[in-house]
Design a protein around this ligand. Structure first.
Ligand code: COA
Length: 336
């Protein structure tokens, strides 16, 4: 059996910086509240008309990852795209990447696991590589949140948290079994599906013709809903569980972690995990202060920045962990 290693990383965020003070001009909020509850100082939002979409941002991140991996784009055997904010209802963005990067007619898979999307995506990629089916897989996590948020006081508890951006990784076949992705661990608990959800547009509840006819400006089902405190309480439990599950599987302990990259949901969640596991500041990477929560993009953006800043070295034990809508959660244990 082969092992998969991350051979290239890249990210892209829109240039437009939106500070907490900027948000306070369009809704009843303030910098102090946002920083105290979430740690977020600013996030990136696309500018209307600049052409950035979930797919185009993913493509920009992918180009960097491909170049850094040293492979030719024609060596990519498969595409996996994780997002909750696809350009179209269908087809998903995977095929748009195949088109925009002018790749061969390789398979393209879309992953719909929200904040855990990138962990699910690399887990799938890892299995394809381990079995020998593929050699190089392009994995993208990308989100365009800003066009779908309720930017009024009504939506403030959700809309201040999320930002736009994309991250990408190339997973490549390795014959050195001592390095690479050691294991991945995936979970779900659908009984809480509606606690963090965007109900519409969906085919489950209503006929599209009725929705068009109603054209109700007060219909909040088109905006994400989040039961914030319930999500927070579940997140801290599941993050801890799934990190421990990954460590135990590999006969590792908390003190073996060189770098923990948690999904950037809320700085308070990361700090809770850091304290619980007694990790030092240089063992946990956070960049939510700059980008907010970018859902499926948050881990690949953070992983890329940590690597660019020299915070991940060869031989390090790197732990990725995520929790989010579904609920879904997961972890990946990597020997760099
Ligand atoms: N600015 C100012 N006030 C705000 C606000 C904002 N952006 N959003 C909410 N408030 C107000 C509320 O209206 C409420 O006012 P009230 O007490 O007069 O009713 C008060 O602040 C407290 O709201 P609450 O929702 O109880 O705040 P909280 O302490 O739970 O913090 C979250 C809200 C969203 C920051 C927090 O619950 C959280 O981070 N949850 C986890 C979110 C997460 O990680 N999501 C992603 C998972 S992948």
């Amino acid at each position: 059996m082969y092992t998969s290693k991350i051979s290239g990383l890249g990210y892209y965020v829109p240039e437009n910086v939106v500070t907490n003070n900027d948000l306070s001009k369009v809704m009843d909020t303030n910098d102090e509240w946002i920083q105290e509850r979430t740690g977020i100082k600013e996030r990136r939002h696309v500018i209307k008309g600049d052409g950035d979409t979930t797919t185009t941002m993913g493509v920009k991140a992918a180009k960097v990852a491909i170049e850094r991996s040293g492979i030719d784009k024609d060596d990519i055997d498969f595409i996996i795209f994780a997002t909750l904010s696809p350009d179209y209802y269908f087809p998903g963005p995977g095929v748009l990447v195949q088109r925009d990067l002018d790749l061969k007619t390789v398979g393209a898979l879309d992953v719909r696991n929200q904040c855990s999307g990138f962990i699910y995506a690399i887990s799938v990629a890892d299995q394809f590589i381990k079995t020998g089916m593929y050699k190089n897989i392009l994995v993208i996590g990308s989100e365009l949140h800003s066009t779908g948020l309720d930017m009024t006081t009504r939506g403030r508890s959700v809309s201040v948290i999320f930002g736009d951006g994309a991250g990408a990784a190339i997973l490549s076949r390795s014959e050195d079994n001592s390095k690479g992705i050691l294991s991945t661990h995936l979970h779900s608990e659908g009984q809480y599906a509606e606690e963090l959800a965007l109900i519409a547009p969906g085919m489950g509840k209503r006929w599209v013709t009725d929705i068009i006819q109603e054209n109700d400006p007060n219909d909040e089902s088109y905006f994400p809903y989040m039961n914030g405190q319930f999500v927070f309480k579940n997140a801290v439990v599941r993050f801890s569980e799934v990190i421990m599950e990954g460590l135990k599987t590999n006969n590792l302990d908390v003190f073996d972690i060189d770098m923990l990259i948690p999904h950037q949901a809320n700085l308070r969640i990361s700090q809770y995990i850091q304290q619980k596991f007694k990790l030092d500041d240089d063992q946990v990477f956070n960049n939510i202060m700059k980008y907010g929560n970018t859902t499926a993009a948050s881990i690949p953006i953070a992983l890329t920045e940590a690597w660019e800043q020299g915070k991940i070295k060869e031989g390090d034990t790197v732990v990725l962990a995520a929790f989010g809508s579904g609920f879904t959660w997961g972890s990946a244990i990597i020997r760099w």
